[in-house]
Write a protein that binds this ligand. Structure first.
Ligand code: FMN
Length: 205
């Protein structure tokens, strides 16, 4: 395979496109769409969002030291895009999108009711990287939709919520199911010849 070498750039894809809700009172609530986000530690549960200082949401998050990451779905694609191209300086994004703010359990920022999973975060550190400042944050609560919890197993069926992906400027929903974590080393009925000798029992990162 012949490779072409490009100058440095941001090409880690696919990513989620999440809606981050912020603000402490209804008049001041805002939503910003963010793709520069991810998990950075399992215990304590920590994540980050990277936001440009010129965003309306930047000052709100910096001032209050908290926000909520709301996962998005195919159904929420329009609102996700809209909140990523319009500013809270000019619009009340909850009003314009019809999304519903509901009280979170710990932080003052609202959850977006229509999102299947809401992650309440408290900012621990702000790293001024350049174009974006990274809010390194602790997850203080996770809220899930009751109807997505399987009544028999208690398992949260996030796979049934049609999560949204963002890849190189385009939105997609999640494609076909391929396998569970660890499927590559799982014992199979028929012996595989290329199988490593020891079974790897590592847990997810
Ligand atoms: C898919 C998508 C991903 C985005 N990711 C980020 C991001 O990670 N960080 C950021 O600062 N802005 C990001 N933006 C841009 C902001 O969402 C956008 O500038 C928004 O209008 C800011 O809203 P605000 O001014 O109300 O805070 C993204 C936009 C879209 C559509």
């Amino acid at each position: 395979m012949t490779k072409i070498s490009w100058k440095p750039g941001t090409m880690i894809y696919p990513l989620p496109a999440v809606m981050v809700s912020c603000g402490t009172s209804e008049e001041g609530f805002n939503i910003i769409t963010v793709s520069w986000t991810g998990t950075i530690c399992t215990d304590p549960a920590m994540c980050y969002i990277s936001v440009r200082p010129e965003r309306h949401s930047y000052d709100i998050i910096k001032r209050n030291g908290e926000f909520v990451i709301n996962l998005t779905t195919r159904k929420l694609a329009f609102a996700t895009d809209w909140c990523g191209v319009r500013s809270g300086t000019d619009f009340d994004k909850f009003k314009e999108t019809g999304l519903t703010p509901v009280a979170a359990t710990i932080v003052k920022a609202p959850l977006i009711s229509e999102s299947p999973l809401n992650i309440e975060c408290k900012v621990k550190d702000i790293v001024e990287l350049g174009s974006h400042h990274m809010f390194i944050s602790e997850v203080v609560a996770v809220n899930v939709n009751e109807e997505l919890v399987d009544k028999n197993s208690g398992v949260y069926r996030l796979d049934k919520s049609n999560l949204l992906c963002y890849s190189h400027g385009k939105y997609y929903d999640i494609g076909k199911y391929i396998g569970r974590f660890g499927f590559s080393v799982k014992k199979e009925k028929t012996e595989r010849t290329d199988k490593p000798k020891k079974e790897n029992k590592r847990r997810p990162a």
